[in-house]
Write a protein that binds this ligand. Structure first.
Ligand SMILES: *[C@@H]1O[C@H](CO)[C@@H](O)[C@H](O)[C@H]1NC(C)=O
Ligand SMILES: *[C@@H]1O[C@H](CO)[C@@H](O)[C@H](O)[C@H]1NC(C)=O
Ligand SMILES: *[C@@H]1O[C@H](CO)[C@@H](O)[C@H](O)[C@H]1NC(C)=O
Ligand SMILES: *[C@@H]1O[C@H](CO)[C@@H](O)[C@H](O)[C@H]1NC(C)=O
Length: 452
């Protein structure tokens, strides 16, 4: 320990001392070995003292830092030696922490920042508007802290501020302007490319980095998987306002009751499908409602969600039934035009399975009286998170292309008469199911079945 200390002082205090030390060291052992020892000692100094300082500075202001650095968490979840230690963190150019904050009272960072400056950091704080959550009270938190970056001796600290949204998920803003102090943008792990992100609430546990105690997400592998697809797109509340200014909002008891049902069905579907690790997104009318008016379309009659066929799980039907859904119908086969419908307290839930081929993505439809098959084509899309009435759900990232494929460019106008097999511009007939196969590909269970 004494020896290490000596190196620390030599390495950090003055170059002249280092040169003297290295010159003397030649007589003891080889130059390179000593140079390494010096470098390692310096890194220890950076990591042990600086990291301790940082944690102390923030915790004094009531700000808890959780290590969310992807490389560090990968090292923890690998567990094989050397795993995560202070050397690991100090040898990174950037180390990323998160802190959880309240949108209604954003953290006051003044004191922490001046304390950081006192111990030699250059500090920048990125601010911007907060997430907007309600069309009728569309006040964004105009300028809240979103990210903190700080640098000392080439070692960067990035703190991403995760805002609690309704106690149900966490949101972070884009890290726009992060390069001001010279932050290496390609090493930005949260908020890059001007993207917002969301994560589910996560538990933390404490972990020892050598003798330093830090907090990390309790389930590191689950956390890492989530951060890989965390991009968030906001509903366009300006458009929603335009919509409600142009067409009146239906606030009848019947409409409110239907909306409440729809939200309940989306919550339950999320519970069921997430337990099976099946990602889903809002499709058709439910997606249009989100995109156009950040709401549920009150006359839409059903809930539509999409699932990629590669995520098909044979337990889906049983899992919905166990949550109180009726199995209404099964159309098609898992390898072709598969579609499941359920009923839940008078509202229908349609699950469309999407296939991918050279033309893009498509889902199928079946006209049950004739065995006529339909095919609905969409340009290829990826999924992003968004929020519908406080629920964290996915939609196609390029939602406009998806909506236009399905509804044409007049999607802004409310259309109450919509024929599932004739109205969509992307609907094409796709042959017939052979009559011999109908027993298998057209299964209707719910006695009051109408058209699919
Ligand atoms: C972490 O999460 C994964 C995925 O949800 C789960 O399979 C695993 O059991 C969890 N590990 C622990 C230690 O809880
Ligand atoms: C939101 O919608 C408005 C009105 O339709 C449009 O002008 C604007 O470009 C949209 N904003 C974004 C970020 O897409
Ligand atoms: C789907 O599987 C059935 C047999 O279960 C087969 O007859 C049919 O050709 C397959 N369809 C496609 C599109 O691969
Ligand atoms: C997650 O991201 C990967 C890579 O970008 C992508 O292939 C995958 O489809 C995404 N998963 C979801 C559910 O969006």
């Amino acid at each position: 320990m004494q020896v290490l200390h000596a190196f620390v002082i030599v390495c950090t205090s003055s170059i002249a001392f280092i040169l003297v030390q290295m010159y003397l060291a030649r007589f003891i052992t080889s130059e390179s070995e000593n140079y390494d020892a010096c470098a390692i000692a310096e890194k220890d100094e950076v990591s042990q003292i600086v990291l301790r300082d940082i944690l102390a500075i923030f915790s004094q202001q009531g700000i808890r830092l959780v290590l969310v650095d992807k490389l560090a968490l990968e090292a923890i979840s690998r567990k094989n030696p050397p795993g995560l230690n202070l050397h690991f963190l100090s040898s990174q150019v950037v180390t990323t922490f998160a802190t959880i904050a309240n949108l209604k009272s954003p953290p006051d960072l003044e004191n922490s920042l001046s304390d950081l400056q006192e111990v030699g950091f250059r500090v920048d704080i990125l601010t911007g508007p907060g997430i907007i959550l309600d069309v009728r009270h569309a006040h964004a938190n105009a300028n809240i802290p979103l990210h903190i970056v700080a640098e000392r001796t080439g070692w960067w600290l990035h703190v991403v501020i995760l805002y609690d949204i309704h106690g149900s998920f966490l949101w972070h803003g884009p890290a726009t302007g992060v390069t001001t102090l010279g932050f290496p943008e390609d090493m930005l792990q949260y908020g890059s490319g001007g993207r917002e992100g969301v994560l589910d609430w996560f538990d933390v546990r404490s972990s020892k980095l050598d003798d330093l105690e830090i907090e990390v997400p309790a389930n590191t592998s689950e956390f890492l998987a989530e951060t890989a697809n965390s991009t968030f797109i906001s509903c366009n509340y300006t458009r929603a306002k335009e919509f409600f200014d142009t067409y009146n909002d239906d606030t009848s008891g019947e409409a409110l009751y239907f909306k409440a049902k729809v939200l309940q069905i989306i919550r339950l579907s999320k519970l069921v499908l997430e337990s099976l690790e099946v990602p889903f997104w809002l499709s058709s009318g439910t997606c249009l409602g989100w995109f156009r008016q950040c709401d549920v379309i009150p006359y839409s009659k059903d809930v539509d969600i999409g699932v990629w066929i590669k995520h098909y799980h044979p337990g889906i039907i049983d899992a919905f039934v166990a949550k109180g859904f009726w199995l209404h119908s099964i159309f098609g086969r898992v390898n072709d035009s598969y579609e499941l419908s359920f009923g839940y307290s008078g509202v229908k839930l349609d699950i469309f399975f999407f296939y991918e081929d050279s033309r893009g993505m498509w889902n199928g439809g079946t006209e049950f009286t004739s065995g006529q098959k339909y095919r609905y084509d969409f340009p290829k899309f990826q999924l992003c998170w968004t929020e519908l009435m406080g629920i964290k759900v996915r939609v196609p990232c390029d939602t406009l292309s998806y909506i236009e494929a399905n509804y044409g460019d007049q999607w802004f106008e409310p259309i109450k008469e919509w024929d599932w097999n004739k109205s969509p511009p992307n609907a094409r007939t796709n042959g017939y199911w052979p009559e011999l196969e109908w027993r298998e590909v057209i299964q209707i269970f719910y006695p009051e079945a109408e058209d699919s």
